[in-house]
Design a protein around this ligand. Structure first.
Ligand code: FES
Length: 138
């Protein structure tokens, strides 16, 4: 094989290997969307009206954690996003209701707006109990 031909093939092969490994690396680092995450064991939630837990969510190419609350929903469990629907501050559960520290918005224990500048309920996240764990879909 001539030197020029060898260099051409070598360059093509090298480029394909670099491009392929870069693509695999990018795809491998990408967090999964819509997956179920274990957030607590049922016994951790026993006897409490609300339990604050963390949920990993995708933000662009990175994964960030954000607080959510598990609350009672009849015989079941419901997960509420802890971000206030007014301007996004994190609400806190106190004395049977969710209170927003930023503008004094108040939601009831089911996440419904009660007073203050809030008019939209706290978003509900899909929840299930599977294999002895409480799971929430991110
Ligand atoms: Fe919660 Fe304004 S951000 S009341």
């Amino acid at each position: 094989m001539e030197r020029r031909g060898f260099l051409r093939w070598f360059t093509l092969l090298f480029g394909a290997l670099c491009g392929g490994s870069g693509l695999v690396s990018l795809l491998g680092r990408r967090p999964q969307d819509g997956g179920w995450q274990v957030v607590a064991k049922p016994e951790e939630f026993e006897g409490q009206p609300a339990l604050r837990v963390r949920l990993a969510v995708r933000a662009g190419w990175e994964t960030a954690e954000r607080p959510i609350y598990l609350v009672r929903d009849g015989e079941g469990i419901k997960a509420l996003d802890a971000r206030c629907t007014h301007l996004g501050c994190t609400v806190r559960f106190k004395e049977g209701e969710f209170r927003c520290p930023c503008h004094r918005g108040v939601f009831d224990a089911a996440g419904q707006p009660v007073s203050g500048p809030v008019s939209v309920p706290l978003p509900t996240l899909e929840t299930r109990v599977q294999d002895g764990a409480i799971e929430v879909r991110a």
